[in-house]
Write a protein that binds this ligand. Structure first.
Ligand SMILES: Nc1ncnc2c1ncn2[C@@H]1O[C@H](COP(=O)(O)OP(=O)(O)OP(=O)(O)O)[C@@H](O)[C@H]1O
Length: 264
């Protein structure tokens, strides 16, 4: 389901990943490829290890066994400058926006440009304002502090910050968590639009079936310690596995916690 040729290097590849945490195996022999242009939803039961997998993709933690390749390379590969260049190609949006509370919207978005962009202050201003425009924030919002923003504005400011260095890959943990249905739909529309306009590859973790069906062009289901199935939503719906059938049926009808897969 790659959008490009079959020979292109996956943007992310997880090979035979095994993760042991707190005395338990969370992932066992887990494989997953994220191809360029994917808008991939990672779903699964609570505690299945989605956030842990996202952290491994970002390079914040490492699996116990197996490999995580980002743009075809292990996180640890190469000299510092090479590792850094690879990381710059990735933007991350954490669950609650994670804005710096003591910084204005402007300074939050400017932060990666000041830290890593090697730019002068007079070059930074137009870049920050253009990122704000991308996420539909107005120049008058630049001076606001995070505490003065609505939940949707926090998300959009954090999204602008994650796009500051013009990444090719965007990783989102529960992008619509905490938003009401209208703001949630607006944020999904914005991510879809940016995916198309900026040619991004997007991976997101979600519990929300509305977000999943409105945003994803591929879905990976994490259960039984591995990626049980990956494909389009229609392909996943057709998989006759009790966890998958239950997960999607449950989410379609009841707004409660998802079913748990049988543990070992
Ligand atoms: N640092 C840690 N030490 C020990 N156990 C951990 C650690 N981090 C996560 N875990 C455990 O690993 C499992 C997977 O956690 P993770 O947060 O990745 O799951 P998740 O699928 O994202 O869950 P949720 O959907 O509830 O957010 C959980 O049982 C969690 O308690």
């Amino acid at each position: 389901m790659s959008t490009t040729g079959t020979t292109s290097v996956p943007v992310i590849e997880l090979r035979d990943v095994c993760t042991r945490l707190g005395g338990h195996w969370i992932h066992r022999n887990l494989d997953l490829k994220v191809e360029r242009g994917d808008l991939l939803a990672l779903v699964g039961g609570s505690g299945a290890g989605k956030t842990t997998l996202l952290r491994q993709m970002i390079g914040l933690s490492r699996p116990t066994l197996g490999e995580v390749l980002l743009f075809g390379e292990r996180h640890q590969a190469g000299h510092r400058a090479e590792r850094f260049a690879r990381l710059r190609r990735m933007g991350v949006l954490f669950q609650h926006g994670a804005l710096f509370s003591a910084f204005s919207v402007f300074d939050n978005i400017a932060f990666p440009l000041r830290e890593f962009g090697g730019l002068h202050e007079d070059e930074i201003r137009p870049l920050v304002l253009s990122k704000m425009a991308l996420v539909e924030l107005e120049p008058r919002h630049a001076g606001l502090m995070p505490a003065e923003l609505s939940g949707g504005m926090v998300k959009r400011a954090a999204l602008a910050r994650s796009l500051a260095l013009e990444p090719e890959l965007l990783l989102l943990d529960e992008p619509t968590a905490g938003l009401d249905p209208e703001r949630s739909a607006g944020f999904v529309r914005l991510i879809r639009q940016l995916h198309g306009e900026l040619g991004l590859t997007v991976v997101f973790v979600t519990h929300d079936l509305d977000t999943l069906s409105a945003l994803a062009n591929r879905v990976a289901v994490l259960a039984e310690h591995r990626i049980l199935a990956a494909g389009t939503l229609d392909e996943i719906h057709a998989v006759e596995h009790p966890f998958i059938q239950k997960f999607f049926r449950y989410h379609a009808t009841v707004d409660e916690a998802p079913p748990e897969p049988d543990s070992d």
